[in-house]
Design a protein around this ligand. Structure first.
Ligand code: MG
Length: 251
């Protein structure tokens, strides 16, 4: 059904803005795929991506999302809605990174849409980076980073090897998992942990994005802890590419 959905145009890409915690400018947007199922209605990525990964359809879906995201970014830039440096974050799966042709595909898209390598930020979870095929995944990631494409470690802090990922593979962006992003009820100790993680990331030349920012007080705590960028319902919801432009102001 997923292969058919992709062919029949039932998949959509929405974009959620990512703001500088300091300047409050939108610096990037994350591409999020949705399925407008003809019978079941809207289905979120979390529900169907695991199936797509199991069956391998993720490679085709992931490629389509990446292409859509590059095209949307080119459009926003051409319309003057975003700066020339605006970046797009695209979630990638292990199967895509394990495919040796992926590097060339990304380079081709950069050329086609006239984007600079650093304008594509590939988001990978810890489980994507580690496990079987790790060698080919690491080879792809290193090749892409050499080109200048950035790597973000998604849902950082929830896995068991998080710290070794930082030193052994390296990345450019650390996306603090929403559960660690000082939601309401976070303690002083939680705040100190985030501040220490931010220092660690900065020492490794990484930027920190806090996800699932939903409250004003949470935003204040994250800013005080030194987070560089914020994403979440408080500052901007996922929306269609032509509506993202209206969301470029934080809040
Ligand atoms: Mg992500």
């Amino acid at each position: 059904a997923l292969s058919k959905a992709l062919r029949d145009g039932e998949l959509d890409v929405e974009y959620q803005p990512i703001f500088s915690a300091v300047s409050e400018h939108a610096e990037a947007a994350e591409a999020l795929v949705r399925w407008a199922h003809p019978v079941r209605g809207r289905i979120e990525a979390g529900e169907f991506i695991p199936v797509a990964e199991e069956t391998g359809v993720i490679v085709a879906i992931g490629d389509w999302v990446l292409q859509q995201a590059c095209a949307a970014t080119r459009n926003w830039i051409d319309q003057g809605a975003v700066s020339q440096r605006f970046a797009v974050h695209v979630n990638v799966s292990r199967l895509q990174l394990a495919d040796p042709s992926f590097v060339n595909r990304v380079v081709d898209l950069l050329r086609e849409y006239q984007l600079r390598p650093r304008q594509i930020v590939l988001e990978a979870r810890e489980a994507t980076m580690l496990g079987s095929d790790t060698e080919s995944v690491v080879r792809t990631v290193r090749a892409l980073r050499r080109v200048g494409v950035r790597l973000a470690l998604d849902n950082f802090g929830t896995g068991s090897n998080a710290l070794s990922l930082l030193t052994e593979i390296g990345a450019d962006v650390l996306k603090l998992d929403g559960t660690l992003a000082l939601p309401s009820g976070a303690s002083d100790a939680d705040t100190r942990v985030v501040r220490a993680l931010v220092l660690l990331a900065h020492a490794l030349n990484m930027e920190v994005v806090a996800e699932r920012v939903t409250g004003v007080e949470q935003l204040r705590r994250l800013r005080a802890a030194g987070c560089d960028l914020v994403q979440g319902h408080l500052v901007g919801r996922p929306s269609a590419p032509d509506q993202l432009i209206t969301q470029m102001q934080m809040g």
